[in-house]
Design a binder for this molecule. Structure first.
Ligand code: ZEM
Length: 290
């Protein structure tokens, strides 16, 4: 009998092919349900994978994607998680179709699928997360606050075990998606192609002039030329801070280098705190949709 709060009896032992079927079902839904935001649920799926993982605290070995505790009110209602119900609801029919997969595996698999299907790098993934009960919800405040500076960013990401290079690489996910006033209070996309993974986030950070937007919302930046793009205070920090800046320069100059380092760091992010019974050899890269 388990005392770990784990609630997922495994019905059978799924193989890599079984997980590929889950990947394919998510990829198909991404294509079919294009009537959302900029034409894809992909970005919000990536955000779900990140917020389920980014609660990790290496000192106490708590939080992280194991558990999928965002299903429960205390964590689901944290301000940082506003809007992620859209992503959880999107994946629910997939969970119904493949009841043997845990929510916590499904959420990181969903993000992995979304990144690949939006033209991002291959991301190695392995199963092994189990769902846990409400008692495992993490306290509010573990995810970054976009209105803050470099000390805050380092505080949050060092707590997960990441370094400056990894903070910059992870931030490149803001090539995707947008901010919503009814979720974070911020507004707008970072790039002109928010449903395609590129290194444009870094190029735009360097190439555009970023002014404070004059509006009633929270302090954010807008590009001086088209006034349609946005950057958060924590994004602009990456070009001001001398520990972060060299990596912005590298990634802006070389998309392949960015993709390689992004792939490594997001795989690590999705595995934080997960008590895998398998070794690294269980990692697999899913085949993309043609
Ligand atoms: Zn985000 N992010 N993020 N991020 N993020 C938003 C949206 C998205 C920060 C942040 O405050 C915000 C990472 C890191 C950080 C994505 C992926 C990743 C939004 C807008 C905010 C405010 C939410 C809204 O209104 O809908 C901060 C401060 C970060 C610190 C560096 C990392 C790491 C990510 C993945 C690896 C994605 C894909 C989105 C777009 C979501 C969408 O719905 O379009």
């Amino acid at each position: 009998p388990s005392t770990s709060g784990q609630t997922n009896p495994t019905i059978f032992t799924p193989t890599t092919q079984d997980y590929q079927k889950v990947y394919d079902a998510i990829a198909k839904k991404l294509i079919d349900e294009d009537d959302y935001d900029d034409g894809s649920y992909g970005p919000v799926l990536v955000r779900l994978g990140w917020h389920s993982s980014g609660t990790y605290d290496k000192l106490t070995n708590t939080g992280g994607s194991n558990g999928a505790t965002m299903r429960f009110a205390p964590e689901g209602d944290h301000g940082a998680n506003a809007g992620l119900k859209a992503a959880r609801d999107f994946l629910e029919p997939v969970k119904k179709q493949f009841p043997w997969i845990t929510h916590s595996d499904l959420w990181t698999l969903g993000a992995t699928c979304a990144i690949q299907e939006m033209g991002g790098p291959d991301i190695a993934w392995r199963p092994g997360r189990s769902d846990r009960d409400v008692a495992y919800c993490t306290p509010d405040g573990r995810l970054p606050d976009a209105s803050k500076g470099s000390d805050h960013l380092r505080g949050i990401f060092y707590r997960m075990g990441f370094n400056d290079q990894e903070i910059v690489a992870l931030s490149g996910a803001h090539a995707l998606g947008r901010c919503h006033t009814d979720r974070s209070g911020f507004e707008g996309p970072w790039t002109f192609s928010p449903i395609t993974m590129t290194n444009d986030y870094f190029k735009l950070l360097l190439d555009e002039e970023w002014d404070y937007r004059n509006w009633n919302g929270p302090r954010q930046f807008q590009d001086n030329k088209t006034k349609t793009l946005m950057m958060l205070p924590t994004d602009v920090v990456l070009i001001k801070d001398e520990g972060f800046r060299p990596h912005v320069d590298r990634y802006a100059n070389d998309q392949e280098e960015f993709f390689k380092e992004f792939s490594d760091v997001i795989m690590t992010l999705f595995e934080l705190g997960v008590p895998f019974e398998s070794g690294k050899e269980a990692r697999n890269v899913f085949k993309r949709t043609e």
